[in-house]
Design a protein around this ligand. Structure first.
Ligand code: UDP
Ligand code: UDP
Length: 281
């Protein structure tokens, strides 16, 4: 965003809310805050692979800047890390003690390894400077207001079904993901920030689905006539992913409430409005 817009005050919205349209988390930021939710980074594979050098700068220099800020003002900082730190996991479901199986030189590494370094930086600032840290390992998340052309699987399938285009299942289609509804995710992040545990803690929904099952669910819900088409996959796609959320249950008293079958229709409603596809059309 434009540097010239920095320090714009949104006093008409809420006097307690200040929106700083800063150019970039990879540049130093001088503000006074009590808590930092450090979420910055493209999370869709299409977007994080588009400019991989920038992705790794965001995770490394961006996290360093946020930690420098936390150190100067004495703020608590929460990093949204990722299930990608487990790579193509050799244990299932994934618990936090698992160190992962990540390709350090692959096309996904800018994101996977970037977040792994970000976690390391968080712990080094914690040990060396006493910074209060929180690390969430987020598993696949979906919900209303997601970018329609975000490129991730749930938004792709819903948009394709509404546009009457084939649902593109990337081969082999038996790979699994576990999808967490956005309000559950936000609830988990706030509980982690406000609690006493540094993490890392998995925040995700353990309901696990193959991509073929997901396509079939979306087809049945939105457009029973739509075609499901098998397309080529991308390199290093993890074959399975399901969070073990015992730690979140025990330490944060958190677990997701919204099942995929209840979350998908909420996202469908929002996509129908934005794509201009009314029901019964
Ligand atoms: N930093 C920032 N905002 C602050 C304080 C620091 O963006 O309020 C940045 C700073 O530019 C530096 C990074 O955070 O690049 C790390 O800061 P730290 O003080 O830990 O390291 P140093 O500046 O001593 O290298
Ligand atoms: N995928 C798919 N069709 C799509 C987009 C993705 O079958 O149009 C698959 C992809 O191969 C992966 C899974 O869906 O196995 C999740 O991909 P996504 O990009 O949503 O997130 P990831 O978990 O890979 O970061």
């Amino acid at each position: 965003m434009a540097r010239g817009n920095a320090l714009q005050k949104s006093s008409d919205i809420d006097s307690r809310f200040l929106f700083l349209s800063c150019s970039d988390v990879t540049e130093p930021l001088l503000v006074e805050v009590d808590q930092i939710y450090h979420l910055a980074c493209p999370a869709s594979p299409i977007f994080y692979k588009y400019n991989p050098v920038k992705t790794i700068k965001t995770n490394v220099i961006g996290t360093l800047n946020m930690l420098g800020l936390a150190k100067r003002v004495g703020a608590r900082i929460l990093l949204t890390s990722t299930s990608e730190v487990y790579g193509d996991p050799l244990i299932h479901p994934q618990e936090e003690s698992y160190w992962g199986n990540v390709n350090p030189i692959g096309v996904r590494s800018c994101y996977d390894e970037g977040k792994r370094v970000a976690e390391t930086l968080m712990f080094d600032y914690h040990r060396q400077h006493g910074i209060e840290i929180r690390i969430a390992r987020i598993f696949n998340t979906y919900g209303p207001r997601m970018n329609i052309d975000d490129g991730r699987v749930v938004s792709n399938f819903i948009a394709q079904a509404l546009r009457n285009e084939p649902l593109t299942v990337q081969a082999p289609g038996t790979q699994t993901r576990s999808f967490c509804y956005v309000s559950d995710m936000v609830d988990g992040l706030i509980k982690l920030m406000e609690g006493e545990n540094t993490g890392p803690i998995n925040i995700g929904n353990p309901g696990e689905f193959t991509m073929i099952e997901l396509a079939e669910n979306v087809k049945e819900l939105i457009n029973p006539k739509v075609e499901i088409k098998m397309v080529e996959n991308t390199p290093d796609d993890p074959r399975q992913r399901k969070p073990d959320i015992s730690k979140a249950r025990e330490l944060l008293k958190w677990e997701p409430k919204i099942k995929l079958k209840d979350g998908l229709p909420l996202m469908e409603e929002d996509f129908r409005l934005r794509l201009g596809v009314p029901r019964n059309n």
